[in-house]
Design a protein around this ligand. Structure first.
Ligand code: ATP
Ligand code: MG
Length: 604
């Protein structure tokens, strides 16, 4: 492609609304254009990158025996009602775009495709002989994200590879899961990314089977905790660890203390001169179930620890049936205003004890009249602890479970693991923290969808069984931008060779020099014919402008038909290292072919 004929517009300055380097660079270098919030046009250079990433993904998927297909983006609401996800996905903070057609039928724009694929499986898979089966697609997804941001990182329209597998049993599901683990590892390595596979939260479905693939970068929205021995890595949402030991309590008798102005653990510990590890702190949450029922939750956790809201949400989902519901649609710490909607009298906030009376709740049809009391395991072994006295300005000390406070039946792990904690597998190892961009997620679904939607098969014994399922997603557009987030310098993007839009750019410093032009055109033709994807910068611009643009768009090799042509040579510059060398014109094509092959092979 000749730059003179391309829609090639680069920006000198950082666009105002872009916060992270990759977003700024892709906009400045003319790869993408913002059309609306979370909506981007992939311009020709970007489209080439996306095609390359897609091709790597496709090759790795096909190598496992998965088959490519293309499912509809427009999905009938009925399917989502069958799986029970319509309300969660369209109401409150739901992320599905929904619409009503001219026949008054409700439809959604696909944020994911479990319902569609399960319908197909239900209709087409009859026998164990057809299994296992794995279908995937590479397609645009729609999600009405609450906070679209960072360009392609969190778009409302983005490209995903999603695959769904069907199995007779756990063993078969785990085999495919392992294959996917390997395929994802290959995809990311081949795309030139530094990444980590981490244990991930699999929601209330539980199970061991969920791994996220995190591209390591400061701009990542996720936190990863890992040990240096390489044996443990998990998303902070899921991570477990051993907290530091609690200090022994200096209180030996149960007493109520006047503790004015101590509505925080810090102030309380200062006043009582005690360690936060001796305190049972009681945190109030409010959750709304999918049937509209509001339930108040009191979490008791050690004073130096924090609640992991993902773990908390999973616990509350497990007990949804107790409230006649299936899932949770909201979970937060109630503010003063929302508290007023359910309190019968004002709460001793900051001084609450684990046994705060249910009478504080003004129960009605929509508000459950009792607290759900969850005790984190960090508090269970505390002796002579400090906690609230259920009276503003007072705490109790020297308290014990089984004496002053009943230990509720629900003892759970809802604490947030954090940097510096000891690892469970080996307490000598401590947890380190890194930021990550989730580019892939593989998941053992089990029978969640097949059971809800009645997708069964007949086994060898002639019995009808629900299909076991796995699902596997890669954010193709997010992955492409992550590559930039990991690889750039002050002058622009440095694409990994395997996913660069072009391998080389031939720059003519002076288009009025007939010899420069002639050699450049000759090289341009020769390189492209030899499979080296090459751009020709034949624009009527100053050489400096052209060099700047070439650096900005990040093409791995720049070939300059400058002064060296007098000696039958051209200058070849490697973008990543800026190493420059003069190469005999006749050898340029084979040299570049070798370099490119070597760069790609190094990652294969
Ligand atoms: P996140 O936690 O970042 O919202 P998710 O858990 O909702 O992601 P999945 O449903 O597992 O994502 O989707 C599979 C992959 O699709 C993700 O690993 C990610 O790479 C990509 N993806 C998800 N949401 C977006 C988005 N809004 N924009 C771009 N890519 C996305
Ligand atoms: Mg995910």
């Amino acid at each position: 492609m000749r730059l003179s004929q391309m829609l090639f517009v680069t920006l000198r300055d950082d666009p105002a609304d872009a916060e992270i380097p990759s977003h700024k660079l892709l906009l400045r270098a003319g790869y993408i254009r913002r059309i609306g919030s979370g909506i981007y046009a992939y311009l020709p250079l970007m489209w080439r990158v996306l095609q390359k990433v897609s091709q790597i993904v496709r090759e790795e998927m096909n190598a496992t025996g998965a088959q490519e297909c293309l499912l509809p983006q427009l999905q009938p609401a009925d399917l989502w009602k069958e799986s029970g996800r319509w309300d969660t996905y369209t109401k409150a903070e739901g992320i599905m775009f929904s619409l009503i057609d001219r026949r008054e039928q409700q439809l959604g724009l696909g944020p994911t495709h479990e319902e569609v694929i399960t319908t197909i499986a239900r209709e087409m898979i009859r026998s164990y002989r057809q299994l296992p089966l794995h279908l995937y697609q590479i397609q645009t997804k729609f999600r009405d994200e609450i906070r679209p941001r960072f360009g392609l990182m969190r778009g409302r329209e983005f490209i995903m590879k999603d695959g769904y597998s069907f199995h007779v049993d756990e063993t078969s599901l785990k085999e495919t899961y392992q294959d996917m683990y390997q395929a994802y590892t290959n995809m990311l390595r081949r795309s030139g990314l530094a990444f980590r596979a981490v244990e991930a939260d699999s929601g209330a479905i539980g199970g061991s089977g969920s791994t996220e693939f995190m591209v390591l970068a400061e701009a990542g929205e996720d936190e990863v905790l890992y040990t240096e021995d390489g044996k443990y890595a998990a998303n902070v949402e899921k991570a477990v660890s051993l907290p530091i030991d609690a200090e022994a309590s200096q209180f030996t008798t149960y007493q109520k203390h006047d503790t004015p102005g101590t509505d925080s653990i810090e102030k309380l510990c200062q006043l009582l001169k005690c360690s936060p590890t001796q305190v049972v702190k009681n945190v109030l949450y409010q959750t709304v179930y999918d049937n509209g029922m509001t339930v108040l939750v009191l979490v008791s956790i050690r004073g130096d620890q924090e609640v992991n809201e993902v773990k908390l949400q999973n616990e509350l989902t497990k007990i949804a049936a107790d409230y006649g519901a299936k899932t949770i649609i909201a979970l937060d710490v109630p503010n003063v205003e929302t508290q007023q909607t359910w309190t019968a009298k004002s709460l001793p906030l900051g001084y609450i004890a684990p046994d705060i009376a249910d009478e504080y709740i003004k129960g009605d049809k929509q508000i459950h009249s009792q607290f759900v009391r969850l005790v984190d395991q960090t508090t269970v072994d505390l002796k002579n602890f400090v906690t609230g006295a259920n009276e503003t300005g007072y705490h109790v000390v020297g308290a014990n479970w089984g004496e002053q406070f009943k230990l509720p039946i629900q003892i759970v792990d809802i604490r947030k693991a954090r940097l510096g904690d000891r690892a469970v597998h080996n307490p000598e190892q401590t947890l380190f923290s890194a930021r990550g961009i989730e580019v892939g997620h593989i998941f053992q679904l089990g029978t969640k969808y097949s059971q809800a939607m009645g997708a069964t098969y007949t086994n060898e014994q002639g019995e009808e069984k629900p299909l076991l399922m796995g699902c596997y997603g890669v954010g193709v557009s997010r992955l492409a931008q992550s590559a930039v987030e990991q690889s750039y310098d002050q002058d622009g993007i440095i694409w990994p060779v395997a996913i660069a839009p072009y391998h080389a750019i031939v720059t003519i410093p002076n288009i009025n020099d007939a010899q420069q032009v002639q050699i450049a055109q000759q090289l341009y033709t020769e390189l492209n014919q030899a499979g080296v994807e090459t751009l020709l910068d034949d624009r009527d611009e100053r050489a400096g402008v052209k060099f700047k643009d070439a650096d900005l768009i990040g093409i791995p090799y720049r070939i300059v038909t400058g002064r060296a042509i007098a000696n039958g040579k051209v200058e070849v510059v490697e973008r990543a290292t800026r190493k420059s060398q003069e190469i005999v014109i006749a050898e340029v094509t084979t040299t570049l072919q070798q370099w490119i092959a070597a760069a790609i092979a190094a990652k294969n």
